[in-house]
Design a protein around this ligand. Structure first.
Ligand code: AMP
Ligand code: MG
Length: 717
């Protein structure tokens, strides 16, 4: 189908824990999705494999297509896994003498981050993960910069030199320096950094990477700042190698442009970017960006994004067309200062292990997952614990001969036998009942989570359209949305590659944050306001220079970059601040200040309530934000003429028994790609594609619209 008149312009990659997805879009909006099992040893191979799988649907080769592409974006989970599994580099840490234990104490909050509410209140269940850098590799040096940025105790350079020498002699892979209040005055930290570099050179390690927090995350909250800087060394350095490998392999196949990577703030950055830890969470962010992109084009303002893959369930809310950014979120149970698209994740997906609690016999799902090894149903998996996918297989949800388009064959009998001994027999249930119980439990917990997250923000599901995607999303859509009352439930036909698609829709965008600390009482004289805007403008200028510098590495000059300043503000004395897009492009005058506080006041009233506004307290600016972007080629949405409701006969591929509500029913099977826009499929039905399976139970119908989005509806009456 593809030919030069209709080149492939955009590619998105999602190298997940289970599958590596690729998404290719032609100039006319036609797209293909490719899947391959992930390859943790060499991601570039899985990407090649997945690309071949996608492009074969157009009978085209990689060598043919890669040179046509103008935009390609990577997302992946390797960095996150490296942190979760504590498989990062050996890092040495230098801090102030006296606070060597701060890192492992994790502000006390790290003992329960990521826990469910019921576990947060049970102190005895809390635990600390091993610190990224153990105390043996931490050194304190005498120095103290106070909270105003004044040097109270000057740096003892001899101690810094000694610390660096000791750590280097221990054979560390990298050094990290994080001193108190360095975001206010980074002088001492920079001095230690230079000493470390000199000592490394003296000891024959001139290339030893040295990371000073002030160069990376110059923000308040030393635990967050230290963690983020450590991640640059611990987890991001190895990813740099992976990205080099991917980029080089793509170039060998003819790719001509530079690879970009999805970052936590929702924009893409170059794979050569200095701050690469910002890409630690990328695939799930891609999904949210893709949902926003679709929402903007189709007029959906409030979207509940839900993504189920092999390892996790990730959800995010788009309200009035935008998503929130958390300035110091937690990821992998670490408090960080990386701006992250606000998301909630549950460690439960289609690959999650299913176990019985030895004391209570309660079914426990996850949080660990079989990843690319799928389940016992895959004979080569080498697994001995049942997964959710094993349950799907015995219940007839998945076609054992069409997993990854038939690239791997699943063995129903193996899954059946394992569920029998591990789950069904101990519970005194039939295999079907046990497997159905597991699925119900998963659906129920996802549904509760979705409902709770939406209510906690002060909304109701009836305000939202729900987008369901990820390879396993459409398998569970009806299960986790039932009864919530969403306005509409949308399943893109490319659900399996939706995150990869989303990455391809993201802007080339850098974002930098810096703490500032200026407070202005209500009704202050103009001179005070002017001083305040000057402090903010200084920070903006500094951050803008960083943005321009990063773009320059990729060959863009300043004139091509659109800068968008923002700030964080709170009423004076409050604990939490809000992020605001600046109403002015530069700030210099007292009037500018009035505009800044007006924009904050307005946002505050929208997020909380008008009555909660407290301008009489005065205003504090807590942070400066600078975003810089360069426009990129975006995919076009597919658009097909509407055919009638009746699907073409050739789309019907058979029938399969399928277990639901305690009995077997016969589901009609449909081939997703063969369905035409306008077709309506009535349940019980299963719509199969090479990488995802859409279950439409009895009582439901799915309608395919002109953009190849399915709408799941209850059949009433
Ligand atoms: P993801 O992590 O988003 O790639 O989703 C992977 C999950 O998609 C797998 O764990 C399966 O449960 C689910 N899935 C549903 N249908 C298929 C299919 N035909 N081939 C592969 N995976 C599928
Ligand atoms: Mg995924």
């Amino acid at each position: 189908m593809g030919h030069q008149a209709n080149p492939v312009q955009v590619m998105g990659i999602d190298a997940g824990g289970t599958m590596t997805d690729t998404f290719f879009v032609q100039a006319d909006g036609e797209f293909v999705v490719g899947k391959a099992q992930s390859n943790p040893d060499d991601e570039s191979l899985a990407i090649t494999q997945s690309s071949k799988d996608a492009l074969s649907q157009w009978s085209r080769s990689i060598e043919d297509v890669y040179p046509e592409m103008v935009t390609y974006v990577y997302s992946g989970t390797a960095m996150l896994n490296r942190v979760v599994q504590r498989k990062g580099l050996t890092v040495g840490l230098i801090v102030n003498r006296g606070v060597e234990d701060f890192h492992r104490m994790g502000r006390a909050i790290q003992s329960y981050l990521g826990y469910a509410f019921e576990d947060r209140i049970h102190l005895n269940t809390h635990r600390y993960d091993p610190p990224l850098v153990p105390i043996e590799r931490t050194r304190g040096v005498t120095e103290r910069t106070d909270s105003q940025g004044e040097v109270a105790i000057p740096l003892r350079e001899d101690e810094a030199r000694q610390a660096a020498a000791e750590l280097i002699d221990m054979g560390v892979d990298a050094l990290v320096i994080s001193l108190l209040h360095s975001h206010k005055n980074g002088g001492s930290e920079r001095r230690v950094r230079d000493i470390c570099r000199a000592v490394a050179a003296e000891r024959g390690r001139p290339d030893l990477p040295v990371f000073a927090s002030v160069d990376y995350y110059p923000v308040r909250k030393e635990s967050h700042r230290t963690n983020s800087t450590i991640l640059e060394a611990y987890a991001a350095e190895p990813s740099r190698k992976t990205l080099t490998q991917i980029s080089e392999r793509m170039k060998t196949h003819g790719a001509r442009h530079d690879l970009r990577v999805m970052a936590t703030h929702g924009g893409t950055i170059s794979w050569k970017a200095k701050e690469l830890a910002r890409t630690m969470v990328s695939g799930p962010v891609g999904g949210v960006i893709g949902a926003k992109f679709l929402g903007e084009r189709l007029g959906y303002d409030n979207i509940a994004c839900s993504d189920i893959g092999g390892t996790s369930f990730d959800m995010a809310l788009i309200t009035r067309g935008s998503f929130a950014i958390a300035a110091d979120p937690d990821m992998a149970r670490l408090a960080l200062s990386l701006p992250l698209v606000a998301m909630d994740s549950v460690g439960a997906g289609a690959g999650s292990f299913v176990r019985l609690d030895p004391h209570t016999n309660a079914i426990k799902l996850g949080p660990d997952s079989a990843g690319y090894r799928v389940g016992i149903c895959w004979p080569e998996s080498g697994l001995d614990t049942v997964t959710v996918t094993d349950c799907h297989v015995v219940l007839g949800y998945l076609n054992p001969h069409n997993f990854l388009g038939g690239h791997i064959t699943l063995d129903v009998e193996r899954a059946h036998a394992a569920i029998k001994t591990q789950v069904a027999d101990p519970l005194g249930l039939s295999v079907e009942e046990a497997a159905a119980g597991v699925i119900e439990l998963l659906d129920l917990s996802l549904r509760d989570h979705l409902r709770a997250t939406i209510s906690a923000k002060g909304y109701s599901p009836t305000d939202f359209v729900c987008f369901s995607y990820g390879g396993a999303g459409p398998v569970h859509t009806y299960g986790y949305t039932q009864g919530l009352g969403f306005k509409d439930i949308i399943i893109p036909a490319w659900a399996a590659g939706f995150s990869a698609f989303g990455c391809a829709t993201a802007d080339f965008e850098y974002r930098y944050d810096k703490s500032v600390d200026v407070a202005v009482p209500n009704g202050a004289p103009d001179v005070v306001k002017t001083l305040a805007v000057k402090a903010l403008q200084n920070a903006w200028s500094e951050l803008a220079a960083k943005v321009i510098e990063e773009f320059a590495i990729n060959g863009f000059d300043a004139a091509e970059v659109t800068l968008r300043p923002g700030y964080r503000m709170q009423y004076m004395g409050q604990l939490n601040d809000l992020e605001i897009d600046s109403p002015v492009s530069a700030a210099a005058t007292a009037e500018d200040w009035d505009k800044l506080i007006a924009a904050f006041d307005e946002t505050y009233a929208r997020v909380y309530a008008s009555a909660a506004r407290s301008p009489e307290l005065g205003f504090s600016v807590t942070g400066a934000i600078m975003r810089g972007m360069v426009a990129t080629q975006k995919p076009h949405l597919p658009k097909e003429p509407l055919a009638g409701e009746d699907p073409p006969e050739e789309a019907r591929i058979g029938r399969r028994p399928f277990f639901r509500n305690n009995h077997w029913v016969h589901a009609t099977l449909w081939e997703m790609e063969a369905l035409k826009a306008g077709n309506r499929i009535t349940g019980p039905a299963i719509i199969e594609s090479p990488a995802t399976t859409f279950v439409v139970p009895d009582g439901f119908a799915a309608w395919l619209d002109e953009h190849r989005l399915f709408h799941l509806k209850t059949i009433t009456g």
